[in-house]
Design a protein around this ligand. Sequence first.
Ligand code: GLN
Length: 493
Amino acid sequence: MKLHELTIHEALRLLNKKEISAAELTNAVLDRISQVEPLVDAYITVTADTARKAAEAADQAIRRGEAGALAGIPLGIKDLICTRGIPTTCASRMLEDFRPPYDATVMEKLNAAGAVMVGKLNMDEFAMGSSTENSGFKPTRNPWDPSRVPGGSSGGSAASVAADMCLGALGSDTGGSIRQPASHCGVVGIKPTYGRVSRYGLVAFASSLDQIGPMTKDVTDAAILLNAISGYDPRDSTSVDQPVPDYTKALTRDIRGIKIGIAKEYQETAGICESVCRAVEQAMAVFRSAGAEFVDISLPHTDYAVAAYYLIAPAEASSNLARYDGVKYGFRATSEPGRNRNLFDMYKSTRSSGFGAEVKRRILLGTYALSAGYYDAYYKKASQVRTLIKHDFKTAFDTCDIILAPVAPTPAFAFGENTDDPLQMYLSDIFTLSANLAGIPGLSVPCGFSDEGLPIGLQLMGSYFEEASLLNAAYCFEQQTDYSNQKANPAKH
Ligand code: GLN
Protein backbone atom coordinates (compact mmCIF):
# COMPACT_ATOMS: atom_id res chain seq x y z
CA MET A 1 0.00 0.00 0.00
CA LYS A 2 1.18 3.51 -0.78
CA LEU A 3 2.11 5.54 2.28
CA HIS A 4 -0.31 8.39 1.59
CA GLU A 5 -3.17 5.90 1.47
CA LEU A 6 -2.62 4.76 5.06
CA THR A 7 -5.18 5.40 7.75
CA ILE A 8 -3.99 7.08 10.95
CA HIS A 9 -4.12 3.85 12.95
CA GLU A 10 -2.20 1.91 10.29
CA ALA A 11 0.43 4.65 10.07
CA LEU A 12 0.82 4.79 13.86
CA ARG A 13 1.46 1.07 13.97
CA LEU A 14 4.13 1.25 11.25
CA LEU A 15 5.74 4.35 12.80
CA ASN A 16 5.92 2.84 16.24
CA LYS A 17 7.37 -0.39 14.86
CA LYS A 18 9.86 1.86 12.99
CA GLU A 19 8.90 0.24 9.67
CA ILE A 20 8.40 3.71 8.24
CA SER A 21 9.61 7.12 9.39
CA ALA A 22 7.57 10.25 9.91
CA ALA A 23 9.80 11.99 7.35
CA GLU A 24 8.98 9.35 4.70
CA LEU A 25 5.30 9.54 5.46
CA THR A 26 5.21 13.33 5.37
CA ASN A 27 7.15 13.41 2.10
CA ALA A 28 4.77 10.86 0.58
CA VAL A 29 1.79 13.03 1.55
CA LEU A 30 3.47 16.21 0.25
CA ASP A 31 4.23 14.42 -3.07
CA ARG A 32 0.63 13.31 -3.26
CA ILE A 33 -0.46 16.92 -2.69
CA SER A 34 1.73 18.14 -5.55
CA GLN A 35 0.22 15.54 -7.87
CA VAL A 36 -3.44 15.78 -6.96
CA GLU A 37 -3.94 19.32 -5.68
CA PRO A 38 -4.18 20.78 -9.23
CA LEU A 39 -7.19 18.50 -9.77
CA VAL A 40 -8.91 19.06 -6.43
CA ASP A 41 -7.88 22.49 -5.05
CA ALA A 42 -8.39 21.48 -1.43
CA TYR A 43 -5.61 23.56 0.13
CA ILE A 44 -5.30 27.30 0.63
CA THR A 45 -1.80 26.99 2.10
CA VAL A 46 0.56 24.01 2.00
CA THR A 47 3.08 24.18 4.83
CA ALA A 48 5.73 21.85 3.38
CA ASP A 49 8.72 23.29 5.26
CA THR A 50 7.20 23.36 8.72
CA ALA A 51 5.71 19.90 8.04
CA ARG A 52 9.15 18.46 7.23
CA LYS A 53 10.57 19.98 10.41
CA ALA A 54 7.71 18.64 12.50
CA ALA A 55 8.18 15.20 10.94
CA GLU A 56 11.85 15.23 11.87
CA ALA A 57 10.98 16.18 15.43
CA ALA A 58 8.44 13.35 15.51
CA ASP A 59 11.06 10.87 14.30
CA GLN A 60 13.39 11.98 17.08
CA ALA A 61 10.64 11.65 19.67
CA ILE A 62 9.82 8.15 18.39
CA ARG A 63 13.53 7.21 18.58
CA ARG A 64 13.72 8.49 22.15
CA GLY A 65 10.59 6.51 23.04
CA GLU A 66 8.73 9.73 23.83
CA ALA A 67 6.27 9.74 20.95
CA GLY A 68 2.95 11.50 21.47
CA ALA A 69 -0.33 9.88 20.47
CA LEU A 70 -0.17 11.30 16.93
CA ALA A 71 3.59 11.46 16.42
CA GLY A 72 4.36 11.77 12.71
CA ILE A 73 0.76 11.84 11.44
CA PRO A 74 0.22 14.32 8.56
CA LEU A 75 -3.01 16.27 9.05
CA GLY A 76 -4.81 19.07 7.23
CA ILE A 77 -6.52 21.87 9.14
CA LYS A 78 -9.57 23.88 8.06
CA ASP A 79 -8.44 27.43 7.46
CA LEU A 80 -10.51 28.96 10.23
CA ILE A 81 -8.51 27.36 13.04
CA CYS A 82 -5.76 29.71 14.23
CA THR A 83 -2.22 28.54 13.57
CA ARG A 84 0.55 30.70 15.00
CA GLY A 85 2.46 32.56 12.28
CA ILE A 86 0.72 30.62 9.50
CA PRO A 87 -1.98 32.28 7.37
CA THR A 88 -5.49 31.65 8.66
CA THR A 89 -7.76 33.15 6.05
CA CYS A 90 -11.25 31.71 6.63
CA ALA A 91 -11.19 31.62 2.80
CA SER A 92 -11.91 35.34 2.92
CA ARG A 93 -10.16 38.24 1.21
CA MET A 94 -10.74 39.99 4.51
CA LEU A 95 -8.17 37.77 6.25
CA GLU A 96 -5.95 36.98 3.26
CA ASP A 97 -2.81 38.19 5.06
CA PHE A 98 -3.79 37.35 8.62
CA ARG A 99 -1.21 35.39 10.58
CA PRO A 100 -2.54 34.66 14.05
CA PRO A 101 -0.17 35.42 16.93
CA TYR A 102 -1.34 32.29 18.75
CA ASP A 103 -2.42 28.68 18.22
CA ALA A 104 -5.98 27.46 18.77
CA THR A 105 -6.29 25.04 21.68
CA VAL A 106 -6.88 22.16 19.26
CA MET A 107 -3.60 23.04 17.52
CA GLU A 108 -1.73 23.12 20.82
CA LYS A 109 -3.12 19.67 21.53
CA LEU A 110 -2.25 18.29 18.08
CA ASN A 111 1.24 19.77 18.22
CA ALA A 112 1.81 18.36 21.69
CA ALA A 113 0.69 14.95 20.39
CA GLY A 114 3.34 15.17 17.64
CA ALA A 115 0.99 15.59 14.67
CA VAL A 116 2.42 17.09 11.47
CA MET A 117 0.30 19.82 9.89
CA VAL A 118 0.70 19.74 6.11
CA GLY A 119 -1.53 22.69 5.31
CA LYS A 120 -4.64 24.80 5.72
CA LEU A 121 -7.78 23.70 3.92
CA ASN A 122 -10.27 25.51 1.74
CA MET A 123 -13.83 26.20 2.90
CA ASP A 124 -16.81 28.43 2.29
CA GLU A 125 -15.91 31.97 3.36
CA PHE A 126 -16.24 32.16 7.17
CA ALA A 127 -17.85 28.68 6.99
CA MET A 128 -21.04 30.03 5.45
CA GLY A 129 -22.24 27.59 2.84
CA SER A 130 -22.76 23.98 1.88
CA SER A 131 -20.62 23.63 -1.24
CA THR A 132 -17.27 25.47 -0.82
CA GLU A 133 -18.37 27.59 -3.79
CA ASN A 134 -18.39 30.57 -1.40
CA SER A 135 -14.63 30.41 -0.87
CA GLY A 136 -13.13 33.83 -1.58
CA PHE A 137 -10.23 32.13 -3.39
CA LYS A 138 -11.36 29.09 -5.41
CA PRO A 139 -13.87 26.26 -5.40
CA THR A 140 -12.69 22.80 -4.28
CA ARG A 141 -13.64 19.89 -6.53
CA ASN A 142 -15.10 16.61 -5.36
CA PRO A 143 -12.42 13.91 -5.77
CA TRP A 144 -15.12 11.45 -6.89
CA ASP A 145 -16.28 13.70 -9.73
CA PRO A 146 -14.64 17.05 -10.46
CA SER A 147 -17.87 18.48 -11.91
CA ARG A 148 -19.44 18.19 -8.43
CA VAL A 149 -18.99 20.18 -5.25
CA PRO A 150 -17.31 18.50 -2.26
CA GLY A 151 -20.00 19.87 0.06
CA GLY A 152 -19.28 22.52 2.64
CA SER A 153 -18.34 24.38 4.45
CA SER A 154 -15.44 22.00 5.32
CA GLY A 155 -15.16 20.98 1.65
CA GLY A 156 -11.37 21.23 1.55
CA SER A 157 -11.08 19.04 4.64
CA ALA A 158 -13.36 16.34 3.21
CA ALA A 159 -11.80 16.41 -0.26
CA SER A 160 -8.23 16.28 1.05
CA VAL A 161 -9.00 13.21 3.17
CA ALA A 162 -10.88 11.53 0.32
CA ALA A 163 -8.01 12.21 -2.10
CA ASP A 164 -5.33 11.00 0.37
CA MET A 165 -3.76 14.47 0.58
CA CYS A 166 -3.58 14.08 4.37
CA LEU A 167 -4.29 11.19 6.73
CA GLY A 168 -7.02 13.09 8.55
CA ALA A 169 -8.31 16.62 8.94
CA LEU A 170 -10.10 18.98 11.27
CA GLY A 171 -13.30 20.65 10.17
CA SER A 172 -15.90 22.75 11.93
CA ASP A 173 -19.65 22.26 12.06
CA THR A 174 -22.14 25.05 12.76
CA GLY A 175 -25.07 23.55 10.88
CA GLY A 176 -23.63 20.47 9.19
CA SER A 177 -20.27 21.57 7.84
CA ILE A 178 -18.42 18.46 8.97
CA ARG A 179 -21.12 15.87 8.31
CA GLN A 180 -22.38 17.05 4.92
CA PRO A 181 -18.99 17.29 3.15
CA ALA A 182 -17.97 14.00 4.80
CA SER A 183 -21.09 12.48 3.26
CA HIS A 184 -20.42 13.99 -0.18
CA CYS A 185 -16.78 12.86 -0.23
CA GLY A 186 -17.18 9.39 1.30
CA VAL A 187 -15.27 10.00 4.55
CA VAL A 188 -16.14 9.86 8.24
CA GLY A 189 -16.91 13.09 10.10
CA ILE A 190 -18.10 13.75 13.63
CA LYS A 191 -19.53 16.89 15.14
CA PRO A 192 -19.00 16.48 18.87
CA THR A 193 -21.37 17.68 21.60
CA TYR A 194 -21.29 21.46 21.98
CA GLY A 195 -18.64 22.01 24.65
CA ARG A 196 -16.69 18.78 24.08
CA VAL A 197 -13.93 20.44 22.04
CA SER A 198 -12.49 23.86 22.83
CA ARG A 199 -13.39 26.64 20.41
CA TYR A 200 -10.53 28.86 21.60
CA GLY A 201 -8.79 29.98 18.42
CA LEU A 202 -11.62 28.90 16.14
CA VAL A 203 -12.63 32.00 14.18
CA ALA A 204 -16.24 32.50 15.24
CA PHE A 205 -19.17 32.18 12.85
CA ALA A 206 -22.14 31.47 15.15
CA SER A 207 -20.74 30.98 18.61
CA SER A 208 -23.68 29.09 20.13
CA LEU A 209 -23.51 26.49 17.35
CA ASP A 210 -19.85 26.16 16.25
CA GLN A 211 -17.93 23.01 17.11
CA ILE A 212 -14.62 21.57 15.80
CA GLY A 213 -14.39 17.90 14.88
CA PRO A 214 -12.39 15.22 13.03
CA MET A 215 -12.78 14.14 9.40
CA THR A 216 -11.07 10.86 8.65
CA LYS A 217 -10.79 7.82 6.38
CA ASP A 218 -12.47 5.52 8.89
CA VAL A 219 -14.20 5.41 12.27
CA THR A 220 -11.15 4.26 14.24
CA ASP A 221 -9.27 7.32 13.03
CA ALA A 222 -12.17 9.57 14.05
CA ALA A 223 -11.97 8.11 17.57
CA ILE A 224 -8.19 8.66 17.68
CA LEU A 225 -8.45 12.29 16.56
CA LEU A 226 -11.37 13.00 18.88
CA ASN A 227 -9.31 11.67 21.79
CA ALA A 228 -6.59 14.14 20.88
CA ILE A 229 -8.72 17.29 20.64
CA SER A 230 -11.42 16.82 23.31
CA GLY A 231 -11.45 18.19 26.82
CA TYR A 232 -12.09 21.14 29.05
CA ASP A 233 -10.37 24.43 28.30
CA PRO A 234 -10.64 27.35 30.72
CA ARG A 235 -10.06 29.69 27.73
CA ASP A 236 -13.40 28.68 26.19
CA SER A 237 -16.21 29.46 28.62
CA THR A 238 -18.55 27.10 26.74
CA SER A 239 -16.26 24.10 27.04
CA VAL A 240 -17.52 21.50 29.48
CA ASP A 241 -15.48 20.08 32.33
CA GLN A 242 -16.32 16.44 31.87
CA PRO A 243 -13.84 13.55 31.66
CA VAL A 244 -12.92 12.40 28.14
CA PRO A 245 -13.26 8.65 27.69
CA ASP A 246 -10.83 6.81 25.42
CA TYR A 247 -13.03 6.73 22.32
CA THR A 248 -10.99 3.94 20.71
CA LYS A 249 -11.90 1.67 23.66
CA ALA A 250 -15.58 2.15 22.82
CA LEU A 251 -15.12 0.44 19.45
CA THR A 252 -16.29 -3.03 20.41
CA ARG A 253 -18.63 -3.59 17.44
CA ASP A 254 -21.22 -4.86 19.88
CA ILE A 255 -24.50 -3.03 19.40
CA ARG A 256 -26.87 -5.79 20.43
CA GLY A 257 -30.00 -4.42 22.05
CA ILE A 258 -29.40 -0.77 21.23
CA LYS A 259 -32.48 1.13 20.21
CA ILE A 260 -32.25 3.16 17.04
CA GLY A 261 -34.88 5.84 16.50
CA ILE A 262 -36.33 6.61 13.08
CA ALA A 263 -38.07 9.98 12.95
CA LYS A 264 -41.23 10.09 10.91
CA GLU A 265 -40.64 13.75 10.07
CA TYR A 266 -37.38 12.85 8.33
CA GLN A 267 -39.10 10.13 6.32
CA GLU A 268 -41.79 12.60 5.25
CA THR A 269 -39.29 15.26 4.14
CA ALA A 270 -39.82 16.16 0.50
CA GLY A 271 -37.00 16.08 -2.01
CA ILE A 272 -34.92 13.18 -0.70
CA CYS A 273 -33.46 11.45 -3.69
CA GLU A 274 -34.01 7.78 -4.27
CA SER A 275 -30.39 6.71 -3.95
CA VAL A 276 -30.22 8.29 -0.48
CA CYS A 277 -33.44 6.51 0.62
CA ARG A 278 -32.11 3.21 -0.70
CA ALA A 279 -28.73 3.57 1.03
CA VAL A 280 -30.36 4.48 4.36
CA GLU A 281 -32.75 1.53 4.15
CA GLN A 282 -29.90 -0.86 3.40
CA ALA A 283 -28.00 0.57 6.36
CA MET A 284 -30.99 -0.15 8.59
CA ALA A 285 -30.87 -3.79 7.51
CA VAL A 286 -27.18 -3.96 8.46
CA PHE A 287 -27.93 -2.57 11.93
CA ARG A 288 -30.84 -4.95 12.34
CA SER A 289 -28.68 -7.95 11.54
CA ALA A 290 -26.14 -6.74 14.13
CA GLY A 291 -28.83 -6.90 16.82
CA ALA A 292 -30.15 -3.33 16.95
CA GLU A 293 -33.83 -2.65 17.47
CA PHE A 294 -35.71 0.08 15.64
CA VAL A 295 -38.24 2.37 17.26
CA ASP A 296 -40.44 5.04 15.72
CA ILE A 297 -39.85 8.49 17.13
CA SER A 298 -41.14 11.95 16.40
CA LEU A 299 -39.21 15.21 16.15
CA PRO A 300 -42.25 17.44 15.67
CA HIS A 301 -40.47 20.76 15.24
CA THR A 302 -38.19 19.59 12.41
CA ASP A 303 -40.07 21.77 9.92
CA TYR A 304 -38.96 24.90 11.75
CA ALA A 305 -35.27 24.01 12.05
CA VAL A 306 -34.13 25.65 8.81
CA ALA A 307 -35.95 28.90 9.62
CA ALA A 308 -34.68 28.99 13.21
CA TYR A 309 -31.09 28.24 12.18
CA TYR A 310 -31.07 30.80 9.39
CA LEU A 311 -32.13 33.48 11.88
CA ILE A 312 -29.88 32.49 14.79
CA ALA A 313 -26.71 31.75 12.79
CA PRO A 314 -26.77 34.99 10.74
CA ALA A 315 -27.68 37.00 13.87
CA GLU A 316 -24.62 35.70 15.70
CA ALA A 317 -22.51 36.08 12.56
CA SER A 318 -23.52 39.72 12.12
CA SER A 319 -22.26 40.39 15.62
CA ASN A 320 -19.09 38.25 15.35
CA LEU A 321 -18.10 39.70 11.98
CA ALA A 322 -18.44 43.30 13.17
CA ARG A 323 -14.78 43.08 14.20
CA TYR A 324 -13.60 43.13 10.55
CA ASP A 325 -13.57 46.88 10.17
CA GLY A 326 -10.21 47.41 8.49
CA VAL A 327 -8.67 48.85 11.65
CA LYS A 328 -7.27 46.26 14.05
CA TYR A 329 -6.23 43.61 11.56
CA GLY A 330 -7.16 42.17 8.20
CA PHE A 331 -7.94 43.84 4.92
CA ARG A 332 -8.42 47.61 4.62
CA ALA A 333 -9.68 49.14 1.39
CA THR A 334 -7.10 51.61 0.15
CA SER A 335 -8.31 55.12 -0.21
CA GLU A 336 -9.13 56.30 -3.66
CA PRO A 337 -9.49 59.95 -4.57
CA GLY A 338 -12.98 60.98 -3.57
CA ARG A 339 -13.51 57.87 -1.38
CA ASN A 340 -12.53 57.01 2.17
CA ARG A 341 -12.90 60.63 3.09
CA ASN A 342 -13.67 59.71 6.63
CA LEU A 343 -13.70 56.70 8.97
CA PHE A 344 -17.21 55.67 7.99
CA ASP A 345 -16.31 55.62 4.28
CA MET A 346 -13.31 53.46 5.12
CA TYR A 347 -15.48 50.96 7.05
CA LYS A 348 -17.95 50.89 4.21
CA SER A 349 -15.50 50.27 1.40
CA THR A 350 -13.49 47.76 3.47
CA ARG A 351 -16.52 45.66 4.33
CA SER A 352 -18.07 46.02 0.85
CA SER A 353 -15.00 44.74 -0.94
CA GLY A 354 -13.51 42.45 1.73
CA PHE A 355 -16.54 40.16 2.16
CA GLY A 356 -18.12 37.95 -0.51
CA ALA A 357 -21.81 37.96 -1.45
CA GLU A 358 -22.97 35.18 0.91
CA VAL A 359 -21.22 36.67 3.93
CA LYS A 360 -22.79 40.04 3.21
CA ARG A 361 -26.20 38.40 2.81
CA ARG A 362 -25.82 36.78 6.24
CA ILE A 363 -24.66 40.02 7.88
CA LEU A 364 -27.67 41.85 6.45
CA LEU A 365 -30.10 39.08 7.45
CA GLY A 366 -28.63 38.89 10.93
CA THR A 367 -28.54 42.62 11.52
CA TYR A 368 -32.16 42.82 10.46
CA ALA A 369 -33.19 39.93 12.73
CA LEU A 370 -31.57 41.65 15.72
CA SER A 371 -32.76 45.17 15.01
CA ALA A 372 -35.07 47.08 17.32
CA GLY A 373 -38.69 46.32 16.54
CA TYR A 374 -37.87 43.00 14.84
CA TYR A 375 -35.88 41.26 17.57
CA ASP A 376 -38.96 39.74 19.24
CA ALA A 377 -40.46 38.55 15.99
CA TYR A 378 -37.28 36.98 14.65
CA TYR A 379 -34.33 36.32 16.94
CA LYS A 380 -36.37 35.76 20.08
CA LYS A 381 -38.91 33.58 18.28
CA ALA A 382 -36.11 31.52 16.70
CA SER A 383 -34.52 31.01 20.13
CA GLN A 384 -37.85 29.75 21.44
CA VAL A 385 -38.14 27.32 18.53
CA ARG A 386 -34.61 26.18 19.33
CA THR A 387 -35.76 25.24 22.84
CA LEU A 388 -38.63 23.22 21.38
CA ILE A 389 -36.19 21.38 19.09
CA LYS A 390 -34.01 20.58 22.10
CA HIS A 391 -37.07 19.15 23.85
CA ASP A 392 -37.93 17.04 20.80
CA PHE A 393 -34.55 15.31 21.10
CA LYS A 394 -34.80 14.96 24.85
CA THR A 395 -38.15 13.18 24.49
CA ALA A 396 -36.83 11.04 21.63
CA PHE A 397 -33.81 9.91 23.66
CA ASP A 398 -36.19 8.66 26.37
CA THR A 399 -37.12 5.86 23.97
CA CYS A 400 -34.02 5.39 21.80
CA ASP A 401 -30.22 5.49 22.16
CA ILE A 402 -29.33 6.75 18.72
CA ILE A 403 -31.19 8.46 15.89
CA LEU A 404 -30.51 7.33 12.34
CA ALA A 405 -31.10 9.75 9.47
CA PRO A 406 -29.78 10.85 6.12
CA VAL A 407 -27.04 13.50 6.17
CA ALA A 408 -28.21 15.32 3.07
CA PRO A 409 -31.20 14.85 0.77
CA THR A 410 -28.99 14.26 -2.29
CA PRO A 411 -25.43 13.20 -3.12
CA ALA A 412 -22.95 15.92 -4.16
CA PHE A 413 -24.56 18.34 -6.60
CA ALA A 414 -22.99 20.00 -9.64
CA PHE A 415 -21.22 23.36 -9.48
CA GLY A 416 -23.66 26.20 -9.94
CA GLU A 417 -26.72 24.03 -9.33
CA ASN A 418 -27.76 25.88 -6.17
CA THR A 419 -25.83 29.13 -6.39
CA ASP A 420 -28.63 31.23 -7.88
CA ASP A 421 -31.07 30.09 -5.22
CA PRO A 422 -29.65 30.52 -1.71
CA LEU A 423 -32.88 29.27 -0.16
CA GLN A 424 -32.53 25.95 -2.00
CA MET A 425 -28.98 25.68 -0.64
CA TYR A 426 -30.23 26.42 2.90
CA LEU A 427 -33.01 23.82 2.61
CA SER A 428 -30.48 21.08 1.85
CA ASP A 429 -29.23 21.47 5.45
CA ILE A 430 -32.51 20.11 6.85
CA PHE A 431 -31.07 16.92 8.40
CA THR A 432 -27.96 18.42 9.98
CA LEU A 433 -29.03 21.77 11.50
CA SER A 434 -31.08 20.35 14.35
CA ALA A 435 -28.11 18.67 16.04
CA ASN A 436 -26.36 22.06 16.24
CA LEU A 437 -29.47 23.82 17.51
CA ALA A 438 -29.80 21.17 20.25
CA GLY A 439 -26.02 20.87 20.88
CA ILE A 440 -26.02 17.08 20.50
CA PRO A 441 -23.32 15.06 18.69
CA GLY A 442 -23.79 13.83 15.12
CA LEU A 443 -21.67 11.69 12.86
CA SER A 444 -21.55 10.81 9.17
CA VAL A 445 -20.29 7.44 7.97
CA PRO A 446 -20.18 6.25 4.34
CA CYS A 447 -23.21 4.03 3.60
CA GLY A 448 -23.42 3.60 -0.15
CA PHE A 449 -23.16 5.09 -3.61
CA SER A 450 -25.59 6.70 -6.02
CA ASP A 451 -26.10 5.30 -9.52
CA GLU A 452 -23.51 7.81 -10.75
CA GLY A 453 -20.99 6.43 -8.25
CA LEU A 454 -21.15 9.32 -5.78
CA PRO A 455 -20.72 8.53 -2.09
CA ILE A 456 -23.62 8.79 0.36
CA GLY A 457 -23.29 9.22 4.11
CA LEU A 458 -25.45 7.98 6.95
CA GLN A 459 -26.07 10.21 9.94
CA LEU A 460 -26.16 8.97 13.53
CA MET A 461 -27.10 11.39 16.32
CA GLY A 462 -26.89 10.78 20.04
CA SER A 463 -27.64 12.48 23.31
CA TYR A 464 -25.15 14.84 24.97
CA PHE A 465 -21.63 13.35 25.32
CA GLU A 466 -22.68 10.08 23.68
CA GLU A 467 -19.87 10.29 21.09
CA ALA A 468 -18.63 6.86 22.19
CA SER A 469 -21.96 5.18 21.37
CA LEU A 470 -22.12 6.91 17.98
CA LEU A 471 -18.59 5.88 17.12
CA ASN A 472 -19.20 2.29 18.16
CA ALA A 473 -22.41 2.03 16.14
CA ALA A 474 -20.63 3.53 13.12
CA TYR A 475 -17.70 1.15 13.67
CA CYS A 476 -20.05 -1.83 13.78
CA PHE A 477 -21.58 -0.65 10.49
CA GLU A 478 -18.22 -0.01 8.88
CA GLN A 479 -16.92 -3.46 9.82
CA GLN A 480 -19.86 -5.10 8.09
CA THR A 481 -19.69 -3.04 4.93
CA ASP A 482 -16.99 -1.95 2.54
CA TYR A 483 -17.91 1.66 1.79
CA SER A 484 -15.14 3.32 3.81
CA ASN A 485 -12.53 1.31 1.90
CA GLN A 486 -13.58 2.58 -1.53
CA LYS A 487 -11.19 5.11 -2.96
CA ALA A 488 -11.85 8.22 -4.97
CA ASN A 489 -9.58 8.60 -7.95
CA PRO A 490 -9.35 12.28 -8.87
CA ALA A 491 -6.92 11.50 -11.71
CA LYS A 492 -9.48 9.31 -13.49
CA HIS A 493 -11.47 12.19 -14.98
N1 GLN B 1 -24.55 25.12 5.50
C1 GLN B 1 -24.75 25.78 6.75
C2 GLN B 1 -24.59 27.27 6.57
O1 GLN B 1 -24.37 27.68 5.48
C3 GLN B 1 -23.83 25.23 7.79
C4 GLN B 1 -22.46 25.78 7.71
C5 GLN B 1 -21.56 25.27 8.81
O2 GLN B 1 -21.85 24.28 9.48
N2 GLN B 1 -20.48 25.98 9.02
O3 GLN B 1 -24.67 28.02 7.48
